[in-house]
Design a protein around this ligand. Structure first.
Ligand code: FEO
Length: 398
């Protein structure tokens, strides 16, 4: 593989993993992913930025086969998809030093057993000269783990942004195209970044002080359109939610489905976009993406062995972990002879800072009176969401 030139002295060593279908044994990867290393060649020194998942180390070394000397390995993040091949890099380039922050050093020593004398610690804002190129280290904790950071190459105005602004997208294209990368970026943001919205808000403010021409993330294509990237991140992480409802449900014998359908129909009549997701067999990424924008979450569940349906429990737990910016919540569903579905769900979502609008559990098949209550819920949601920006989602009919 030949390194791909991004700009003067800066090369992408992207390791595509087209066939990977699951990340962290949790996150579906419909379009694969990539592990992005970069090479920065100054007039005096050469730095490798990050490495690759060790499963694909041979691709990284194929890129490096002409490189006789590496002076530095900049490590932004200790997670193994980026750091896992660093021990192999150090074995091939024994003179190279790992440049990182103290927390990342600690993690790399813990997870990969890299010896302490291999490191150079850097502070936030500290610089490292490669001769005619200057690397500035930018602490950005919690753009996935607490030790994450980025690097800004001053002369070429490249921000190496770690997981931030990444996308799980394996592609042969060096640079992103907005209409192609939007959805993989949103999926990535939803699954990985959304729990850290408040940190991202601060990082966006910090990064606004830098003149950036290229954003080189750790996953997916390089962005030559930084404004597009910053704007969509501001929308997802900082702006208020949209006039949208996520209705996530399971129905065993049709009763919950009747409630869900009535609700979605009435919401549409009120001009509210509703995204209905059947949790029977679901893509975690699709639920996560819906949670990026939704102002209201409606959970639909039948009662199973006195509690909420286990697939609803899983989705509720996932939503709780992702800490979306939803403001309102409702639970609708059905039971045969009793149970505590609402109580079990409530205990699962302490991270959701939501106003609970209504819980409506009906006995057996919904009656017309039950459906009238669903109509009232739809009206209440529409009233609560009045004034929020329009959904704007693809296929929105509201
Ligand atoms: Fe791509 Fe958090 O590692």
């Amino acid at each position: 593989m030949k390194p791909a030139k991004i700009t003067d002295g800066v090369y992408s060593l992207r390791v595509n993993h087209f066939n990977r279908r699951l990340f962290d044994s949790l996150i579906p990867l419909p379009e694969g992913t990539s592990y992005n290393a970069y090479l920065v060649k100054g007039s005096e020194k050469t730095a490798l930025i990050d490495s690759a998942d060790p499963e694909k180390a041979e691709v990284l070394f194929d890129y490096l086969r002409e490189e006789k000397k590496l002076d530095y390995v900049i490590s932004h993040h200790a997670e193994q998809d980026h750091s896992g091949s660093i021990p192999l890099v150090l074995a091939r380039y024994p003179q190279a030093k790992v440049v990182t922050n103290p927390k990342c050093k600690e993690f790399l020593m813990t997870h990969l057993h890299i010896p302490a004398d291999k490191f150079i610690e850097v502070k936030d804002g500290e610089t490292l000269s490669l001769g005619d190129k200057t690397l500035e280290f930018v602490y950005m904790p919690w753009v996935h783990w607490p030790e994450t950071m980025g690097t800004y190459l001053r002369e070429q105005k490249v921000l190496f942004s770690c997981d931030l602004f990444g996308s799980h997208l394996a592609t042969g294209e060096l640079f992103s195209e907005e209409h192609i990368v939007y959805e993989p970026m949103k999926r990535y943001y939803a699954e990985i970044m959304m729990p850290f919205r408040s940190n991202i808000k601060s990082h966006l403010e910090k990064l606004a002080r830098y003149a950036i021409e290229f954003i080189a993330p750790s996953h997916g294509p390089v962005h030559a359109n930084p404004k597009f990237v910053m704007d969509i991140y501001r929308d997802w992480a900082v702006s208020e939610p949209r006039n949208k409802v996520l209705v996530a449900y399971v129905s065993m014998h049709g009763s919950t489905y009747m409630l869900v359908n009535r609700l979605v129909s009435r919401l549409q009549e009120h001009g509210v976009c509703a995204e209905k997701i059947n949790l029977d067999q679901f893509d975690e990424g699709r639920v996560a993406m819906a949670l990026v924008d939704a102002a209201t979450i409606v959970i639909g569940t039948p009662t199973v062995l006195a509690g909420a349906h286990p697939k609803v429990v899983y989705a509720a737990h996932l939503a709780n972990l992702l800490r979306p910016k939803a403001r309102f919540l409702a639970v609708i569903g059905s039971f045969g002879w009793g149970g505590k579905a609402v109580e079990t769900l409530s205990a699962l979502i302490p991270n959701l800072k939501v106003e609970v609008l209504r819980t409506l559990l009906v006995k057996g098949m919904p009656t017309e009176a039950d459906l009238k209550q669903v109509d009232e819920l739809a009206a209440l949601i529409a009233e609560k969401q009045k004034g929020l920006p329009p959904c704007g989602g693809r296929g929105c009919m509201a």
